[in-house]
Design a protein around this ligand. Structure first.
Ligand code: FMN
Length: 362
């Protein structure tokens, strides 16, 4: 089905086709019948239900299967029901910013089909927290949802903590886990929040606030930090120890890369933004492996970056990921990629791919 649809969608500009698909899925999500029909069309009707061999326990959550949707596709939490029915084990929604903001000027998304890659400089186009939560309330409560939070472009980096605290409080009751995005390349200086002191201050404030929220609501929501692929070993080592110190429950590795090494010759290579898809595959896997070396399974890793086949998924698991997410591969291959990955996993489970040490639950 997607094989028929893709050539038509790829005739449109990347953001136009993205908006068309997401608006359609948004409408589909409003109707149970249409959502079911959509699932039937992609042959995924029952995949999102817990299936023991494929379910994964992490951060105190049972994920029905280890393949999640990466952040940035459904930034408004508008199409949850339809996306879920395509077979994802869970959805990461957002990035949402406290106030609505338009993001960077268009064009800001580019296809590099020769490399099965995208470059984007969306810049956190966001409906803002209030509308995001309203949308989220329309989603099936059974869907496992990670909510990815960021800061507004107009907020100076010195005040970033306040934006993340607003995000944390705003989505707390609606999230199964919350991802702190400090790795988007498209918000000025955001990645500086990955530096030791800044990261420690941010996570310390968020952890304290989370304790308060957990006490007040009786609900503990795990915190995940999403990091960039463009980090050296020393940075990864110190990030790992800062995550430990601040009771962070998970780490998502990685976001898109600033490197253009593998696409240098491409006409669009010099477009500013994050490069995702196949070209980020190895860098992301290396970050996961280095993280795992430091964390030893104590904090679970969500592996992201260039997953486009069972082999590339297995590389992430072998490097130490407990769960994986896809974005660019999903754009190029559609929902069929979820099925391809899941069909490969019973075999991988037999090969003990999931047998990395289990983290201690807090
Ligand atoms: C168009 C686009 C928008 C994205 N927006 C976000 C975002 O808002 N927040 C975020 O954490 N990651 C965002 N990402 C990064 C993805 O979640 C993912 O980490 C990255 O693309 C690597 O995975 P992939 O190679 O499977 O795409 C975006 C990626 C793309 C291509």
């Amino acid at each position: 089905m997607y094989a028929l649809l893709r050539p038509l969608l790829f005739k449109l500009g990347p953001e136009t086709s993205h908006d068309l698909v997401m608006n359609t899925l948004g409408l589909v999500s409003k109707s149970k019948q249409l959502t079911r029909l959509c699932a039937m069309l992609v042959g995924a009707e029952s995949r999102s239900r817990p299936a023991p061999p494929q379910s994964v326990q992490a951060m105190g959550i049972t994920f029905p299967n280890p393949v999640g949707l990466a952040a940035g596709l459904d930034k408004q939490a508008n199409a949850c029901n339809a996306l879920h029915k395509m077979g994802f084990g869970w959805l990461e929604l957002g990035t949402v910013t406290p106030q609505p903001q338009p993001g960077n000027p268009k064009p800001r998304m580019f296809r590099l089909p020769e490399h099965r890659a995208l470059i984007n400089r969306m810049g956190f186009n966001s409906v803002g927290l209030t509308q995001f939560v309203k949308n989220l309330e329309q989603a099936d409560p059974e869907i496992i949802k990670g909510i990815n939070i960021g800061k507004n472009a107009a907020t100076p980096l010195n005040n970033a903590i306040e934006d993340y605290l607003i995000g944390l409080r705003g989505v707390y009751n609606h999230a199964d886990y919350i991802t702190i995005n400090v790795s988007s390349p498209n918000t000025r200086n955001l990645r500086d929040l990955q530096q030791d002191q800044a990261l420690n201050q941010l996570l310390c404030a968020l952890n304290l606030e989370r304790q308060q929220l957990a006490d007040n609501t009786g609900k503990y929501v795990p915190l995940v930090v999403k990091i960039a692929p463009d980090l050296d070993r020393r940075q990864i080592e110190s990030i790992a120890s800062i995550l430990r110190q601040n009771n962070i429950d998970g780490v998502a590795a990685t976001n898109a890369t600033l490197s253009r090494r593998s696409v240098e010759q491409h006409a669009l290579a010099q477009e500013v933004g994050g490069l995702s898809g196949t070209p980020v595959q190895n860098a992301a896997t290396e970050v996961i492996a280095a993280l795992y070396q430091n964390l030893q399974g104590e904090i679970p890793i969500i592996g992201i970056g260039g997953i486009d086949s069972p082999e590339s998924a297995l590389q992430k698991f072998e490097a130490g990921a407990k769960l994986i997410q896809i974005y660019t591969g999903f754009i190029y291959q559609g929902p069929g990629l979820i099925k391809t990955l899941l069909d490969a996993f019973p075999q991988s489970a037999r090969h003990n791919i999931f047998a990395k040490p289990v983290e201690t639950k807090r």
